[in-house]
Design a protein around this ligand. Structure first.
Ligand code: 4AD
Ligand code: MG
Length: 477
């Protein structure tokens, strides 16, 4: 007999019928009630065992974590807490789990403890809910772009260019680390390396996406991205997933409109399709927040916060306006910021971004027209000669979730900017070609997927929203 997923069983409720389910034991109470979960849904199905019908030896193998195949009749539940249950006719123990050594027991485990058991943590309600929401968000993202005329474009993972100019990249090499070939000057000779040049893992697929946007019109990437920055924060990963749409003929306003509409749609999708998981995560969060001081608690429960984002316009503010607000803000005047607001042109820290979003505007904020000096070389210079058409989207509890811009499409201006930043034209000859042949206004942005998942699930640490996090000193699993 074919097995059914627990999700479809609980949805369809084929009462009085014989059903077969596979899953893992969450709890086994009173030698009688097995709560079985197969990952298809947050909910377990209750399997009722009449212990007289089974060998003791068999029941003794049933512990939290064991894998079972259960056959029985689905009936309306006698007890409370579930609508239906399976009166078990047959149990096959597919795999046992020793209660002495199986780490995921039916009690509260800390997130820190579970991080060290990343291969098993998805067997908890919290992590299975997060990962189902993550999957749904990924689907919603592809669907959004597909419905809006975008093509999915695969940027290379190994690159020879540093898109962000940040220089914090992971090297890719097949050279012998102990005895690398050297040039006459004693430098490592990358001509002898696999690609005949220095290569790295990509920090962004944007530059390549620009080439594709200038032919296909609207494209997006959605792939792994690598940054070797040594930031041990709750918002940074060394390997994360980024979504980067790039659109020909879009200016910054159109770019901001798209980014806002896109985020609202995908959040709306999970609100509609992940109700149980989100309700569970909201409850979990409320419990967790009880332990926090009032001031640190989120002003809105999770679902309300998500709805708020889908229903309200993001506030659009220039960098210059934001600086004025920050300069005159209470924390700045009372010297509460770790980095006081000083001169126009300084980079904003996350404490400033969070003040703007959480205290001042109390909604998502799009900051735009940043000083050229603190942004990447490819952003379009404004008439004032000192700001660029950059935009960052800032979210409550997260800070920066999106970074994007209108691109510099004028060959001469771009060349000047590269020269000023000492970026070798030879390295980016193909990128300059895009400005020589059929150049046109174009724009795009990058959304950090894990930061979106953080927001959607209400989790506080980015390590908890990606299956196997990669952070400094941590690449187990
Ligand atoms: O602001 P960033 O660096 O922008 C770019 O890479 C542009 N090339 C994007 C574009 O215009 N196509 O990164 C974009 C987003 C950030 O806003 C943040 O959400 C996320 O990527 N991000 C990270 N997420 C997790 N861990 C990290 N180390 C991240 N660095 C950036
Ligand atoms: Mg950024």
């Amino acid at each position: 007999m074919q097995s059914t997923s627990i999700k479809s069983l609980l949805n369809n409720k084929p009462l009085q019928q014989e059903v077969t389910v596979n899953g893992w034991v969450r709890t086994f109470r009173s030698n009688r009630f097995i709560a079985l979960n197969d990952g298809s849904t947050l909910n377990n199905v209750q399997c009722v065992v009449n212990f007289e019908d089974f060998e003791e030896g068999l029941l003794k193998q049933i512990h939290t974590g064991a894998a079972l195949k259960v056959r029985g009749t689905l009936v309306e539940s006698q007890g409370r807490g579930q609508e239906v249950e399976i009166i078990v006719g047959n149990i096959e123990v597919l795999g046992t789990a020793d209660p002495e050594t199986y780490p995921i027991q039916p009690k509260k485990h800390s997130l820190e403890f579970l991080r060290e058991k990343a291969h098993l943590r998805v067997r908890t309600n919290t992590f299975s809910a997060i990962m189902r929401v993550r999957s749904a968000l990924a689907f919603a993202i592809h669907q959004y772009f597909r419905n809006n005329g975008f093509f999915y474009f695969h940027a290379p993972i190994i690159t020879g260019s540093d898109a962000e100019g940040a220089g914090e990249m992971f090297k890719v090499t097949t050279l012998d680390m102990k005895h690398p070939p050297l040039t006459e000057d004693g430098e490592v000779d990358h001509k002898a390396d696999f690609f005949g040049k220095e290569t790295n893992l990509t920090v962004s697929g944007q530059l390549e996406a620009e080439a594709y946007a200038m032919a296909l019109g609207k494209v997006y990437t959605f792939g792994p991205t690598f940054r070797a920055e040594n930031s041990n924060t709750t918002r940074h990963l060394a390997e994360f997933w980024m979504i980067e749409p790039e659109m020909a003929f879009y200016d910054l306003d159109a770019n901001m409109d798209l980014a806002e509409d896109f985020i609202k749609e995908v959040i709306g999708y999970v609100l509609e399709h992940c109700q149980e998981d989100l309700a569970f995560l909201e409850k979990r969060l409320i419990e967790e927040e009880k332990a926090k001081p009032q001031a640190e608690r989120s002003p809105m429960p999770l679902l309300e916060k998500l709805k708020f984002v889908t229903q309200n316009n993001f506030k659009r503010v220039t960098y210059t306006e934001a600086m004025d607000i920050l300069k005159n803000s209470k924390p700045n005047k009372k010297k509460k910021f770790q980095f006081p607001i000083t001169d126009w042109g300084m980079d904003l820290q996350s404490e400033h971004e969070r003040y703007l979003v959480e205290k001042h505007f109390k909604c998502p904020v799009i900051l735009f027209d940043y000083p050229a000096k603190i942004k990447a070389f490819y952003m379009r210079l404004n008439e004032d000669g000192k700001t660029v058409r950059a935009m960052d989207i800032l979210f409550p509890g997260i800070g920066e979730i999106v970074g994007g811009s209108q691109r510099e499409e004028r060959l001469d201006v771009l060349k000047q900017k590269m020269e000023a930043l000492e970026i070798d034209e030879k390295e980016l000859w193909w990128y300059l070609d895009l400005r020589k042949f059929g150049t046109a206004a174009h724009s795009g942005f990058g959304l950090g997927f894990e930061r979106l998942v953080l927001f959607a699930t209400g989790m506080g640490n980015i390590r908890d929203v990606i299956p196997f996090p990669r952070t400094p000193q941590n690449a187990e699993f």
